[in-house]
Design a protein around this ligand. Sequence first.
Ligand code: PGA
Length: 253
Amino acid sequence: MAKKKLFFANWKMSLLPNQAVELAEAMVDKIKPRADQAICLLPSFSALSLVQTVAGKSQLQLGAQDIFWQEHGAYTGEESALTLRELGCSSVLVGHSERRQYCHETDEMVNKKVKTCLEHGLQPIICVGETFEERKDGQKDFIVMQQLEKALSGVKLTKFDRLAVAYEPVWEIGSGQAALPDEVWYTLQVLKQLLLNQYSPEVVRDQIWLLYGGSVDADNILGLFGHPVLEGVLVGGSSLSVDNFNQLIQASS
Ligand code: PGA
């Protein structure tokens, strides 16, 4: 069976819990994923449980924006895989550039988080991407390959595991200007080669999704999906309005 196209709504820290519930209610009402689409809401930790009560019985899935690698204990401010599972999450963002930038998250931490997700049946969405300076310096491919290689160091996949890798050029996020489709496809092909170094072609084909994130909207999404290497999107700004997100999903094919 063909893989579903994935649409992740990364709400970041943009909404108060009651606003997140309102938006989730509107989305449950209006957005009906087709059989070949899966849509997942990623509210902040504080809104997860409330959004779960709204989205839990709908076709929309729930995920978290981060995770910690210990199951419980003295880890102030963190949330564990056990908690995320109990709240109904199926996937988790790992290594988003905003966490790398503001919380100094390292590739080693990302690697621990990826392993934790998989041990607990959660799908990690590993975010990789270069800064504008790294790009100007001609290091783009090197940076994204290194981030992915370290994130997956020692990561073995059983047939039950699901993984996603999102190419998110840091300088495109929230800029209103997505990367050009050719560039996205090229970078995803590079990342795919790396995945094929570590996993069988069948595992890469059936269990790993390649995504793009960075200013995706209803105007650019069809172009981005013009090559089969792209299998989903991570959407920030355009997922904060039910109409924009719905239009984007409608416009994707
Ligand atoms: P954006 O955010 O769509 O607002 O650029 C994407 C992301 O950070 O995941």
